[in-house]
Design a protein around this ligand. Structure first.
Ligand code: UDP
Length: 420
């Protein structure tokens, strides 16, 4: 198949060794290269955010990344990108030059807008089928973040419109299917393909980095408040009271908005909290770390903690599991599915530092339990979450949409109100 991927803000090239890697970058990079490895011709379209980027990068056999001029050629936070989706669509059509792909697969709601417009503007009698993966939903974000949500207000109606208009929607977990149905998206065109884990990069046998204290707890992810790193800091004094004094909390990740750790307001907030709670000496903030340094870090941890308020999927727990490390996870979103309570880790209620401390006591205090959970996690990651398997599930969705043909969908009128 000839496949066009759209990932407006998250370039797959950032994930290939770069530090500006969040889940979507990793997902698009791994899925695209796995599909290319299965013999498909994949082109990923992403926004040019640096004037020095080449127009096209041939990543490997069957996989090309195209940097499309859409808005200023510099980093812009993703919530400011909506006005440039029309230009992105035009750039995609220009690159197609009449040689249409079999389908276009969009990642994130704004890419969906660009994909639908490109599909309709390409000038063929039949629009190119559009497959949509949301990665995150505005309805869920608003529920948890309320007024702090920086998404453009139009997301509230444009995102469900993208879901209803796309020919197929791929959800990453059952929880997301429930949310998509609540947006009025028909169940008959939704299938599930989870995120995966790179089992070559995270083989479960790499060397562990040295750790400075008896126990290391690890938190990995973009430094945004909803990831709940402050809850883990709050658990540290409780752990010390329970006798776990010699503990380090290693925090890996940055804001992703090209700031240094010193300039990062969330890093400063976490630092101030650790100071206030008297656990400053137990907390290490590493900032963003390149992908190839991650396995050694994961393997040095006694437990990985994922304590988000909500989480659409969460690749970090899979990486921890692949490395044989137990995961203490808030029982939300995709984490309920990936981390099996009492088997590959422990579930805790969200936003509950006491529950986090209790779960960590259990894991840190029992080396046999840690080893059992680590082995079970590694088995689960290998058997269910290889990118090869995710690519095969995705391919099934592609075949379904191609067999069903393009639906009439809704017309593009709503986009006129969005001034794209
Ligand atoms: N990551 C990384 N370096 C960092 C921080 C994160 O390579 O400094 C990677 C991490 O290993 C994972 C991804 O970024 O593969 C984060 O994905 P996840 O789905 O957990 O979170 P998201 O960023 O999508 O909210």
């Amino acid at each position: 198949m000839k496949i066009s991927m759209v990932s407006e803000h998250a370039s797959p090239l950032a994930a290939l060794g770069g530090v500006d890697a969040g889940g979507q970058n990793v997902h698009v990079a791994a899925l695209s290269s796995s599909l290319a490895g299965r013999g498909h011709q994949v082109t990923v379209y992403t926004r040019r955010d640096d004037p020095d980027l080449p127009a096209k990068v041939l990543v490997g056999p069957g996989l090309t990344v195209v940097h499309v001029d859409a808005g200023p050629a510099r980093h812009i936070p993703k919530d400011g990108l909506l006005p440039f989706m029309g230009e992105l669509a035009d750039g995609i059509c220009a690159d197609w030059a009449g040689q249409l792909p079999d389908l276009i697969h969009a990642h994130f709601w704004m890419s969906g807008l660009a994909a639908i417009q490109a599909s309709r503007r390409a000038g063929s009698a039949l629009p190119v089928p559009v497959v949509q993966t949301f990665h995150a939903l505005g309805s869920v974000k608003r529920r948890h973040q309320g007024a702090a949500d920086t998404s453009p207000p139009a997301r509230e109606w444009l995102e469900p419109w993208v879901g209803r208009t796309a020919d197929w929607v791929i959800a990453t977990c059952p929880d997301e299917v429930f949310e998509l149905k609540a947006l009025g998206i028909s169940r008959s065109k939704i299938s599930i393909a989870p995120c995966g884990v790179d089992l070559t990069l995270f083989p479960g046998t790499s060397d562990a980095d040295p750790k400075p204290r008896t126990h290391r707890i690890l938190s990995v992810g973009r430094l945004v408040q909803r990831k709940g790193v402050d809850l883990v800091i709050q658990a540290l004094p409780l752990l010390a009271e329970a006798g776990f004094e010699d503990v380090e909390l290693l925090i890996v990740g940055g804001s992703g908005d090209a700031l240094t750790l010193e300039e990062d307001p969330e890093a400063q907030r976490l630092h101030a909290l650790a100071k206030e709670l008297g656990v400053e000496d137990k907390v290490t903030m590493r900032g963003q770390v390149p992908r190839d340094a991650m396995p050694g870090i994961f393997r040095s941890a006694d437990a990985v903690v994922c304590a988000p308020w909500y989480e659409p999927f969460g690749i970090v727990p899979l990486e921890a599991m692949a490395c044989g490390v137990p995961v203490v996870a808030a029982a939300v979103g995709g984490l309920r599915e990936t981390v099996v309570d009492q088997k590959t880790g422990l579930h805790v209620p969200p936003r509950d530092p006491e529950a986090l401390a209790e779960a960590l006591e259990k894991v840190l205090g029992d080396p046999d339990l840690r080893a059992d959970m680590g082995r079970a996690g590694a088995r689960r990651a290998r058997s269910r979450y290889s990118w090869e398997r995710v690519a095969s599930d995705t391919e099934k969705a592609y075949r379904s949409v191609m067999a069903a043909g393009v639906q009439a969908g809704e017309d593009l009128e709503p986009l006129e109100g969005a001034a794209l």
